[in-house]
Design a protein around this ligand. Structure first.
Ligand code: ATP
Length: 344
């Protein structure tokens, strides 16, 4: 289902939880709503579901304005973080629930439930009660139950939040594959950037009620449009008075500009290794942390601390080592603008 949202606002008393949010979602896309706690993600999801009425703005499904449609008439499936399964009902009855409400025949219900049991890998568990299942299995039941009535849109609110870290990662991959296979337009809320990057076709970054940026995970990582997005996605160091960094002296033309520097754009090594001598600064290694597949290195250039990585094959550095530092690229921000500056 194609979704269109125009100028969506939500006011709770004097507090504005959602501010002028507009977006389009193409049919079959898997969208991650990502942002810090309290940013308005759940409020947006609840308005799409019809569980909350917008203060203003339009919600359009498949060309039709649905603001006044009750939730059960919007063709939506919902998965919550705490499973919300019926505790006294078996897996079979949980999945069948929405179909019974629709008064489908026993045969049709049986066929649909068994298809979903197969699809979600729950065969053999049909007669268990929720407390006899693992967290991951319960979430798969919740997913099957939401899909049973063949909704046009699936909304998932922090679907992995209550699951152990190890199973969570498996379940993410599983969910992505499942959603692709079913081909249903889906939106999930998360405050975990890795989760959004790994699972979503497109991410919408929500902060303080506003949509800061919408795009593929790669686009958002490589071309952040606001300082908030740049610092929320990926690791980085923020430097004020960027003109103090070698190679970035020109930034003195924009007083008050800050720079955000990602670890992969910082090269460290021996002076002789660098092509661009004019942009290479002297630095000192402050800390070295082993991260399993690489070293994380904290370097100090003057009084500016920067974080970067070094592969395991290279000579091991230790605190106090003098090194050369070249910053290849930085994202610059001031009150009016964001832009990229490079040492080439
Ligand atoms: P979280 O990840 O913590 O769930 P979120 O991004 O989903 O955060 P929302 O749950 O949409 O954020 O909440 C946005 C803001 O609106 C919060 O400050 C919250 O306290 C407020 N809020 C949400 N629902 C209500 C309500 N019914 N009445 C008053 N304020 C509310």
């Amino acid at each position: 289902m194609h979704i269109e949202v125009r100028g969506l606002n939500k006011q709770f008393g004097d507090f504005q939880a959602v501010r002028d949010v507009s977006f389009d979602i193409e049919k079959g896309r898997l969208i991650g709503l990502l942002g810090p706690s309290g940013g308005g993600k759940t409020s947006i999801l609840r308005m799409l579901a019809g569980l909350e009425q917008p203060s203003s703005g339009d919600i359009v499904f498949h060309g039709k304005r649905v603001n006044d449609l009750p939730p059960q008439e919007r063709g939506i499936g919902f998965v919550f973080q705490n499973y919300a399964l019926f505790k006294h009902m078996t897996v079979y009855d949980n999945i069948a629930f929405g179909l019974k409400v629709k008064k489908q025949s026993k045969e049709a219900i049986r066929e649909r439930v068994m298809t979903l049991v197969e699809l979600t890998g729950l065969k053999g568990f049909e007669h268990r009660l929720p407390h006899q299942l693992s967290g991951g299995q319960r979430q798969r039941v919740a997913f099957a139950r939401a899909l049973a009535p063949e909704p046009q849109l699936l909304l998932l609110d922090e679907p992995f939040a209550a699951i152990d870290a190890k199973i969570r990662s498996e379940l993410r991959t599983w969910l992505k594959e499942m959603i692709e296979r079913v081909g249903i337009t889906s939106i999930f809320v998360t405050h975990d950037q890795d989760e959004a990057i790994e699972v979503a076709d497109e991410i919408m970054i929500i902060n303080k009620g506003r949509l800061e940026q919408k795009g593929s995970p790669w686009d958002i990582y490589k071309s952040p449009q606001t300082q908030f997005v740049a610092s929320f996605i990926g690791e980085s160091t923020i430097v004020s008075q960027v003109e103090r960094l070698k190679g970035f002296e020109e930034a003195s033309a924009w007083p008050g500009t800050q720079a955000l520097i990602r670890p992969e754009y910082i090269e460290i090594g021996k002076q002789s290794e660098f092509r661009i001598a004019s942009a290479t600064a002297r630095g000192t290694v402050k800390h070295v942390h082993f991260r399993g597949s690489e070293w994380m290195i904290e370097v100090e250039v003057g009084d500016i601390k920067l974080i970067t990585y070094r592969s395991l094959e290279k000579d091991v550095l230790k605190p106090g080592d003098e090194i050369s530092v070249l910053i290849h690229r930085a994202y610059l921000f001031n009150d009016n603008d964001t832009w990229i500056m490079e040492n080439k």
